[in-house]
Design a binder for this molecule. Structure first.
Ligand code: PEP
Ligand code: MN
Length: 449
């Protein structure tokens, strides 16, 4: 590297001296301090040992021995913290994971965009409707979605609600993952309540029939591994609001090192990845496994610099690059990055986010994405890695277990005209349950090829 950067910060708080993009203008700083002081005394939501375990799993992804599945809402909302909604999201992810594991015979590391995904970066600070201009919605952690001055005013008390909503969600995630429901013997029940006459639903039934036969065969042979009775499920979100993240940062008593206590895996978004900015400074100090989103304008030199700053000891599993270049750009722009990083930097996991480079506005005004563009970006991502002999390490998607009409296309096609029918996202358009399952079958095929 020829560029020089300021020396690395030495304490978890060193980010405070750096420019922090995309932070809310909290109107009441005193109240902010009160709330973050409270959070800094509250129990962490996740623990260092768990984060270390995920880092070990991500090291397997980086080595080409496992595949990461990461998914969930673009923006979680407090209103959607219901047992039913969370359960449907988790079942969708488990179904996708089973399709990938069985279809490609590869271990799948499961991470939700869940239990903390409450803050959003925005391309514009304000939103205008008619002749009224108000602050943009920045996620339930900051303000409200309704287009009123009262809702859009940033309120630091929402950070406390974010913590509580995340804790309630994570409690359900943990119970779900280890309390029997996620037992592979019950894989067929994960499809219940979803539309199973959809093509992907029918395929799923066939697959679980095959799994059940295998399990019965194994049982008859006297093999009943405990691993099949529960799943390992981790939580991740964009580490956007540094006041919140800092308040939940905890020192590991075993080592004296700081960990983000808000989620297992945190990532830096495309809009906040400035090498000299506050986000990179904060992330460089925490011990969690972390990721950086790379858009179409990311350069190989930037990728090398992230590696140097965020993973100076070249620890496998520490750093993941989530590529979100768009279907049109990924085949051209990704190869140089992968080549240079592979040749010159510490090992990383490469993950494909086929959502954020493929967003456009439909004539009705709805932000949407085409299923075919999403698929095409994943195909391009796999093609690049195949050509270079590197590992296409994972998939990062925005999805919901609900039968929404936010992305167009897919097997039983959502049409542009369908968009208003069930457009429920608080931010970006998500794959619905059927589209998610269909994508999993297509990606399993790519992993096999
Ligand atoms: C997101 O993940 O919702 C997001 C805003 O992505 P990106 O930072 O890649 O634009
Ligand atoms: Mn999004």
């Amino acid at each position: 590297m020829t560029t020089h950067h300021p020396p690395p910060p030495t304490t978890p708080d060193a980010w405070r001296g750096r420019p922090a993009a995309q932070q809310p203008h909290w109107p009441d700083r005193e109240l902010l301090r009160e709330v973050t002081d409270g959070l800094s005394r509250a129990p962490a939501l996740v623990f260092p040992e768990e984060c270390d375990r995920l880092r070990a799993r991500m090291a397997a992804v980086a080595r080409g021995e496992a595949f990461l599945l990461q998914g969930g809402d673009c923006a979680e909302t407090f209103a959607a913290v219901t047992a039913d909604a969370i359960n449907r999201t988790l079942r969708t992810l488990l179904q996708m994971a089973v399709v990938l594991t069985y279809g490609a015979a590869v271990p799948v590391v499961k991470v939700g965009r869940i239990a903390g995904q409450y803050a959003k970066p925005r391309s514009r600070p304000t939103e205008t409707q008619g002749d009224v201009t108000l602050p943009a919605y920045r996620g339930d952690a900051v303000n409200g979605l309704a287009f009123t001055a009262a809702d859009r005013r940033p309120d630091p008390r929402r950070l406390r609600r974010t913590y509580e909503a995340s804790a309630a969600t994570l409690n359900l995630v943990r119970a779900f993952a280890t309390g029997g429901y996620a037992d592979l013997h019950r894989a067929h029940t994960w499809n219940r309540g979803f539309v199973s006459d959809a093509p992907a639903g029918r395929r799923y039934e066939e697959l679980t029939d095959a799994i059940e036969r295998s399990l019965r065969f194994m049982a008859a042979c006297g093999v009943a591994p405990r691993e099949l009775r529960a799943v390992e499920f981790f939580a991740g979100h964009e580490g956007l609001l540094l006041d919140y993240e800092a308040a939940l940062t905890r020192t590991d008593p075993r080592t004296g090192l700081p960990y983000a206590g808000s989620g297992h895996l945190l990532w830096i978004g495309e809009r906040t990845r400035d090498l000299d900015g506050a986000h990179v400074a904060y992330f460089s100090r925490i011990r969690n496994p972390i990721a950086v989103k790379l858009g179409p304008n990311a350069t190989a030199d930037q990728a090398l610099a992230y590696s140097e700053k965020l993973n100076p000891t070249a620890e496998p599993g520490r750093l993941t690059f989530v590529v979100r270049m768009g279907a049109a750009a990924v085949r051209d722009r990704l190869p140089t990055l992968v080549e240079k990083v592979t040749a010159q930097a510490a090992p990383v996991a490469w993950v494909c986010d086929p959502m954020h480079g493929n967003t456009f506005e439909a004539p009705s005004g709805h932000k949407t994405r085409r299923f075919d563009d999403i698929l095409s970006e994943v195909e391009g991502f796999f093609a690049v890695h195949r050509a270079l002999g590197t590992h296409a390490g994972g998939l990062h998607v925005e999805l919901t277990g609900d039968d929404v009409t936010e992305c167009i296309g897919g097997g039983d096609e959502v049409l542009v005209a369908d968009l208003p029918r069930r457009y429920e996202t608080a931010c970006d358009p998500r794959l619905n349950h059927r589209q998610s399952l269909e994508l999993a079958f297509l990606v399993a095929q790519m992993l096999r090829d």
